[in-house]
Design a protein. Structure first.
Length: 169
């Protein structure tokens, strides 16, 4: 099993997208790379903790490769937007790719270069090792499964495409 941590705006939609991917074995939403231990959602929303809303994605690399996950990630976000995705604004909604295996860095750098070539503005996606990850409160986990009409900034077409790939209705 491998894992990657992706910050893509509101973690509800990002988690919901990636849990649909064949080969993804587990997801968990939380707060990454800030300076406060065990932050709460209320604290993170003050913009004072330095954390990004992030999804831990565990995956079976025999079924899905990191490059595919990164392709989906870039389809789901505006990589040139600073501290904003969809209607959400603030440093906790910044974009980032955080890895735990240094061997993943080359694939991430390749995909970042490909994405940068597609845009006239610089990318606003942080890339670096995971410094810390604190799971979010239980009510945030699998939020869109529990609240199907909840807010999601991920394009519906992308969600439907991923569901079809996995064979879900």
């Amino acid at each position: 099993m491998k894992e990657i941590y992706l910050a893509g705006g509101c973690f509800w939609g990002t988690e919901h997208l990636f849990k649909q991917v064949a080969g993804v074995t587990d997801t968990q939403v939380g707060y990454a790379n800030g300076h406060l231990d065990h932050p709460t959602y209320k604290q993170v929303c003050t913009d004072g903790t330095g954390h990004a809303e992030t999804v831990r994605i565990a995956y079976d690399e025999r079924r899905v490769v990191l490059a595919t996950l990164l392709d989906l990630y870039f389809m789901a976000i505006d990589p040139t937007s600073v501290n904003q995705q969809g209607e959400d604004r603030g440093t906790q909604y910044r974009t980032g790719i955080y890895y735990t295996d240094e061997a993943d860095r080359a694939a991430i750098d390749r995909r970042m270069a490909q994405e940068a070539a597609r845009h006239s503005k610089p990318l606003a996606v942080e890339v670096g090792p995971l410094q810390c990850f604190w799971p979010a409160e239980d009510y945030h986990q699998d939020y869109l499964d529990k609240n199907p009409d909840g807010y999601c900034h991920i394009p519906l077409e992308l969600m439907n495409h991923v569901r079809q790939l996995k064979g879900k209705p």
